[in-house]
Design a protein around this ligand. Structure first.
Ligand code: BG6
Length: 467
């Protein structure tokens, strides 16, 4: 296989604050939406209180990252550690913690790649404003972003604004859409979504003003949808599924406005958000420096006509919703799936990268990709995760092919650097190169154990993509 990765390709790995840090209320940190929701499930699975305890193990963890050879580490800052109530006083201890992490990474030649907001809105903003429903939340995010740029921008040049807004907005729990009457949910959701786009844009523009040489972009949860048949309406439905779940957001990020099909849907369904004239310039100015792609699986869709009981625009389910008048999701009989139902598809990654590059022409980086499954410690005290190695190997080969196709891909950061709290299955589902020895309801000693995939990925990085 010809190696197409450039010498300065950013091999790395990823995590997020609420899934890894623990110390959920230490040193002044406020509660977040992620904490709140995890506590509701504390009796059935691990919550955010300890997670992988990165807060107390970061020195050991960063030395493992160094040993792995990581060139970059994509992680998130917890907004509520920096500003506990979201828009009030800045917490110096929170600033100090990330200073220590950033400095140690740089001492070890690992570039920090920071996400400002990864599913963990400060809970006080929900109590005060119902979170993103209010424009106050946009102001709060812009201020928080500026606090981070001011504190870390001298050393951190790579930033992501919001992780997977396009997925988060589909999950009521993550948006905390609880007290909204069911008939208003979609209207509130559309307003929250719009406010997050304005917040993203304001942070992007601030980064440009405040950080010389800084680069900033969004991270999307990518979708690649195949038509269930070659009937033209199924082909259209598959395209609309991608449009409604991801591409409308990419259009907003890259061109500063919703595409026609999305405006039409919002208008026809009476969901159009309240906008302000001054947003237009802000949104259009906020061109990203890159697009970060999170990729786990592909989908299949077929056309879903309206009927007597389901009018145009009726939605069923959340994350992978069906939409009457447009599409419904189906299984792909040609692909194997993980035990949690994600259909494994390296070719889909090649297609997604080509698709985004052809349409938007921005450099791309993969900031999430990985296999979530149970890992078991064997009698030799190790983890033999050849299944993860195979998964990653195939996806790295797909990246290599995409580069040969002409895609400007500059980095690959699989999910996740170490085991962490899965967003749905606690510690039962693991993704890491480093095993964290704990289970849902027993944190044990949180020992770090290098999995077979750790040694394998170390070689991949050493050989710049081949091993
Ligand atoms: C991504 C999120 O959508 O998927 C991560 O950005 C998440 O936070 C990852 O952990 C995997 O999902 P899960 O539910 O298996 O943890």
């Amino acid at each position: 296989m010809k190696n197409n990765f450039k010498e300065d390709f950013l091999w790395g790995a990823s995590s997020s604050a609420f899934q890894i840090e623990g110390a959920w209320d230490e040193d002044g940190k406020g509660m977040t939406v992620a904490d709140f929701n995890s506590f509701k499930k504390s009796d059935v699975q691990a919550d955010t209180k300890v997670a992988s305890d990165f807060y107390h193990h970061f020195k050991e963890d960063i030395s493992l990252m160094k040993e792995l050879g990581m060139k970059t580490y994509r992680f998130s800052i917890s907004w509520a550690r920096i500003i506990p109530d979201g828009d009030g006083k800045v917490n110096q201890k929170g600033i100090d913690f990330y200073n220590k992490v950033i400095d140690l990474l740089l001492e070890n030649d690992i570039l920090p790649f920071i996400t400002l907001y990864h599913f963990d809105l400060p809970f006080t903003l929900v109590e005060k404003y119902n979170g993103w429903e209010s424009r106050d939340c946009v102001d709060a995010f812009e201020r928080y972003a500026k606090v981070c740029f001011e504190a870390y921008g001298d050393r951190v040049k790579n930033w992501q604004t919001i992780n997977e807004q396009n997925l988060m907005i589909r999950v009521n729990e993550r948006m905390n859409i609880y007290n909204v009457p069911s008939e208003n949910i979609e209207k509130v959701r559309a307003q929250m979504d719009y406010h997050m786009f304005v917040a993203h844009a304001r942070a992007t523009n601030a980064c440009r003003e405040m950080i010389p040489g800084g680069k900033i972009g969004p991270a999307v949860s990518s979708t690649m949808t195949y038509p269930s048949s070659n009937r033209p309406e199924d082909v259209w439905a598959a395209q609309m599924n991608d449009n409604f779940k991801t591409n409308y957001a990419l259009e907003m990020y890259c061109f500063g406005e919703y595409p026609g099909y999305y405006k039409e849907y919002l208008t026809k369904c009476d969901l159009y958000p309240i906008t302000k004239p001054e947003d237009e310039e802000v949104l259009k100015a906020a061109k990203p420096d890159f697009i970060a792609v999170n990729y786990y699986r592909t989908l299949v869709a077929s056309y879903l006509p309206t009927n007597d009981s389901h009018s145009f625009g009726t939605k069923l389910k959340d994350i992978d919703f069906d939409l009457y008048g447009y599409f419904q999701i189906e299984k792909n009989p040609n692909l194997k799936a993980t035990e949690y139902g994600a259909q494994i598809d390296p070719m889909g990654l090649r297609l997604v990268l080509n698709n985004y590059y052809e349409k938007y022409r921005y450099p791309l980086i993969i900031t999430e990709n990985g296999l979530g499954t149970a890992d078991n410690l064997t009698d030799d005290g190790l983890i033999h995760d050849d299944y993860r190695i195979n998964y990653l190997k195939d996806h790295i080969a797909a990246c290599n092919d995409a580069i040969a196709d002409g895609v400007e891909l500059f980095g690959y950061c699989p999910w996740s650097v170490m085991d962490l709290l899965s967003s749905h299955q606690g510690f039962k589902k693991r993704y890491g190169f480093i095993y964290v020895d704990r289970v849902d309801h027993d944190v044990k000693e949180l020992r770090r154990i290098k999995k077979d995939s750790f040694y394998w990925y170390k070689d991949v990085i050493k050989n710049n993509g081949l091993n």
